[in-house]
Ligand binder design. Structure first.
Ligand SMILES: [Zn+2]
Ligand SMILES: [Zn+2]
Length: 140
């Protein structure tokens, strides 16, 4: 068998990736395996770089989701606490025959509480997404 690029030269081995015969000049080593210089060498390095980039974005995405999850959960605690406080204050005012400010406070408290619950849900969703990204990362 001769080199696929130099038919007059005998092949010293076969490319691991395309299987073509290679002479001394056309041979290079990628990941400890024989490869043709140029085409397969470039392809393998490119594939490896893409893989490395995908891994980087996966861990970045996981960090983003985890951070947002924490932020949402903190906001949930904050909004829910203020909301409940306002509702309690509103009820106290209602019983002290200050109905209008009491009702306003209860209304505000409810809005904050609903917002807080929404953020808590978003936080859980982000956490689930982070876990999903993590399992995808280990699977590939
Ligand atoms: Zn090749
Ligand atoms: Zn050659």
């Amino acid at each position: 068998m001769n080199c696929f690029q130099h038919p007059q030269k005998p092949a010293v081995g076969n490319c691991t990736y395309c299987g073509r015969g290679l002479c001394q000049d056309c041979t290079t080593v990628v990941d400890g395996k024989l490869s043709c210089r140029g085409t397969c060498q470039q392809e393998t390095t490119r594939a490896r770089r893409i893989l490395a980039e995908t891994e980087a974005t996966t861990s970045q995405r996981k960090t983003i989701y985890e951070t947002s999850s924490k932020v949402y959960q903190r906001s949930f605690v904050f909004f829910a606490t203020i909301g409940i406080l306002l509702i309690v204050l509103g009820i106290i005012l209602l019983f002290s025959s200050a109905e209008v400010p009491g009702a306003i406070l209860i209304g505000l408290g409810l809005v904050l509480l609903i917002n807080g619950v929404g953020m808590g849900r978003a936080g859980k969703k982000m956490k689930a997404l982070a876990a999903q990204v993590a399992t995808q990362g280990t699977q590939s």
